[in-house]
Design a protein around this ligand. Structure first.
Ligand code: NDP
Length: 448
């Protein structure tokens, strides 16, 4: 059998050649292929059909200009994309990101990860991602509305309830989804589930807002349970204070852990007494309603604010990076390990660098990769699609129960493929389980 390490290096040389200057995409592919290559080499059918090569090449990339008018009447334009990565097991599905940093390489990394993640949920969803190098931060509601409407003027040609179903991500919350859906409906004259994350009053699902953060903590609970441990009494560091972070903090508190940090791109706050009760409600209002900055929490509750820094030097049992990619590097990982962290769960997509992940695995720290741990968001988006198709709406309890079941199945799939001596290797398990379902569909289709 060929040497897996040499094959991975050869494979990555080709990926880099075909996709120059797309560092995040290279990183995401390498982190998966490293675990997938031995599995592929063991299965001749995958190798002969060049499944791994095909799964790292998007089905289609759409790029377009978005022209819009600011409040002073000035003409502005941005670049937008939709990367339809793979629809082997269902219609394309994945969020839209609005942030100045967005480029094609970042969206390809997210689309690739999304394909494996969606497969892990067991639901019929392919993988996609999109967005624009536009940030809603500092823009008025009217400007955000005009931008969203202008973007949908082009995007609506490429999406549909059985084709491609976008949702939110960084910079795209319910406000943006509502503007986008309103315009989609106007352009097509159809009320269908082409976007998820809609308001509950107009086709949205209960618990979609909470789903990613809640799901990540359910996954963490299952990881600890698998290793005869639990959340009760544990101290946690969370980064970010957006959609994922806020509801991860919420669920950690509900299950008995104490969260002592939260952050945004300005820095982090450290509240040793825990972000809970009225303080958490205040933080949600600050971030979801007033769109304020995390330093205001420090001023309000008289706790420390650490400008320009991430929270990974605070001694904790649990760490949940929930902000953005590559926010936790080797130094941060070493600091967490030195302080005795026992589990790290990625609420964000690829928040830990490759070296940080290896440091955790080598130190036997339980590590939950984003493609498994943050699958709760897309899982409830999938449930929203089902509700829209049936023209029904399930109550909170039913959706929560289904989310809990799905996260349990994602965890079980990781355990099935990631068990060996020592703690479960969730990185290996999630990659192989996610890959297998898509790969088998591609094999069945022949040369597509
Ligand atoms: P939001 O826009 O709601 O929040 C993002 C948070 O991260 C904000 O607090 C933001 O601070 C902070 N942040 C962004 N960039 C940086 C940076 N460079 N350094 C430090 N902090 C930063 O996004 P979400 O919560 O929706 O998404 C967070 C992560 O979770 C992303 O990786 C996303 O892809 C992933 N994810 C999201 C899902 C969802 O359902 N929403 C589903 C699965 C994954 P600031 O306000 O200062 O920018």
């Amino acid at each position: 059998m060929p040497d897996a390490k040499a094959e991975t290096d050869r494979f990555m040389t080709e990926v880099r050649k075909r996709n120059p200057h797309e560092e995040e995409f290279h990183q995401a592919v390498e982190e998966s292929v490293r675990w997938l290559m031995p599995f592929v080499l063991d299965h001749d059918a995958y190798r002969k059909a060049r499944i791994l090569e095909r799964m790292t090449e998007p089905d289609r990339v759409i790029q377009f200009r978005v022209t819009w008018q600011d409040d002073d009447g000035g003409i502005r334009f941005n670049r937008a994309w939709r990367v339809q990565f793979n629809n082997a097991i269902g219609p394309y599905k994945g969020g839209l990101r609005f942030d100045e940093s967005v480029n094609l390489g970042i969206l390809k990394f997210l689309g690739f990860e999304q394909t494996l993640k969606n497969s892990l949920t067991g639901l019929p969803m392919g993988g996609a991602k999109g967005g624009a190098n536009f940030s809603p931060r500092g823009k008025s509601d009217d400007e955000v509305m005009r931008f969203c409407h202008a973007l949908m003027l082009e995007l609506h040609r490429h999406i549909g309830e059985d084709t491609d179903v976008p949702a939110g991500d960084i910079g795209v919350s319910q406000r943006e989804i509502s503007y986008l859906f309103g315009q989609y409906k106007r352009l097509t004259n159809r009320f269908v589930g082409t976007l998820t994350g809609k308001g509950v009053g107009f086709g949205g699902s209960a618990v979609r807002t909470e789903a990613t953060g809640f799901g990540a903590v359910m996954f963490l609970r299952d990881m600890l349970d698998q290793h005869d441990d639990g959340l009760d009494g544990k101290k946690a560091a969370v980064s970010g204070s957006g959609n994922v972070a806020l509801y991860a903090i919420d669920m950690l508190g509900q299950l008995g852990a104490k969260v002592v940090t939260a952050s945004d791109s300005d820095g982090f706050i450290h509240d040793p007494d825990g972000i809970e009760g009225e303080k958490l409600a205040w933080l949600k209002e600050l971030k979801e309603e007033r769109r304020g900055r995390i330093r205001e929490y420090a001023e309000e509750f008289d706790v420390e604010f650490h400008e320009g820094r991430a929270p990974w030097n605070v001694p904790v049992d649990l760490a949940l990076p929930c902000a953005t990619q590559n926010e936790l590097d080797t130094d941060a990982a070493q600091a967490l390990i030195a302080n005795g962290v026992c589990a790290v769960v990625e609420g964000a997509n690829m928040p830990c660098s490759t070296e940080a992940i290896h440091a955790f695995l080598e130190s036997d720290v339980l590590f939950g990769p984003g493609k498994a741990a943050n699958a709760g968001g897309v899982a409830v988006s999938g449930l929203e699609q089902s509700q829209n198709a049936q023209r029904v709406s399930w109550d909170r309890e039913e959706v929560c129960e289904r989310l809990n079941d799905i996260m349990g199945r994602v965890h079980a799939a990781c355990v099935e493929y990631g068990s060996g001596s020592g703690p479960v290797n969730y990185v290996k398990g999630s990659n192989i389980a996610g890959f297998k379902r898509v790969a088998d569909a591609l094999l069945a289709y022949g040369a597509v």
